[in-house]
Design a protein around this ligand. Structure first.
Ligand code: 3NM
Length: 215
């Protein structure tokens, strides 16, 4: 798939699953988690593994990237530009302390999707100026999944995000109980860890989230 097709997928499928760290995934291996996510019909998967060695991550991310490509699933690597390039990821998602999008672009080339985590209006504007393809925006709600998470986004930043020119992927504490409220506010894309890989039956979890968006 081309970069444009991946971005279209990101804009048309509201569910963006983040996997990694077994403790957030009921002890599943990352390969099992990826397989189950694909079976559950997820089309955007981010690999966010904070514990393993480079070689361990390289081995499993390469396998997961192949699985994703075989199923037309967009595969995004968190943080690590070199791993993303090495395993053939479709995209790279960077935080405010990682390489800026300008540098990621220089290293990874024009064909990779770049996402940047943002919490404020200034960070969204900077991500746009730096050539990001989408922004992560959050946390929308308190979350236990990220130790150094910021304060929940301000109403002013939410308003800005709803009119922003780049695709906005909301993140942070999104659940079956609150996803509908974000949808009603106008948000259309939702990245989740605990609400998907934190559930025993991921197929049911994804289906329930999709149903909540239709309700
Ligand atoms: N980034 P859960 S919040 C990885 O605000 C991440 O940028 C965030 O996990 C941000 O869906 C977060 O379990 C954790 O809350 C998301």
């Amino acid at each position: 798939m081309t970069k444009e097709e991946h971005i279209r997928q990101l804009m048309s499928d509201p569910i963006y699953a983040i996997m990694g760290n077994a403790e957030l995934s009921l002890g599943r291996s990352n390969i099992d988690a990826a397989r189950q996510l694909i079976e559950a019909g997820v089309t955007i998967i981010q690999y966010r593994e904070k514990h393993k060695t480079w070689r361990e991550k390289y081995a499993e991310a390469t396998a997961i990237a192949k699985l994703c490509h075989d199923h037309k699933v967009t595969f995004i690597m968190n943080d690590s530009v070199d791993l993303a390039i090495a395993c053939g990821a479709d995209g790279i998602h960077v935080g405010q302390d990682d390489a800026p999008a300008t540098v990621v672009r220089r290293l990874a080339g024009p064909d990779v999707v770049i996402g940047v985590s943002t919490n404020t209006i200034d960070e969204m504007k900077q991500a746009l100026a730096d050539g990001a393809d989408y922004v992560g925006f959050g946390p929308m709600f308190p979350t236990a999944s990220k130790k150094d998470a910021h304060e929940v986004v301000s109403d002013e930043a939410k308003h800005f995000a709803l009119h922003f020119s780049l695709p906005v992927v909301t993140i942070g504490g999104i659940s079956l109980e609150n996803i509908g409220s974000l949808y009603k506010e106008g948000f259309r894309s939702f990245a989740m860890i605990s609400a998907i890989v934190g559930k025993e039956d991921m197929t049911a979890a994804v289906q329930e989230l999709r149903n909540a968006l239709k309700a």
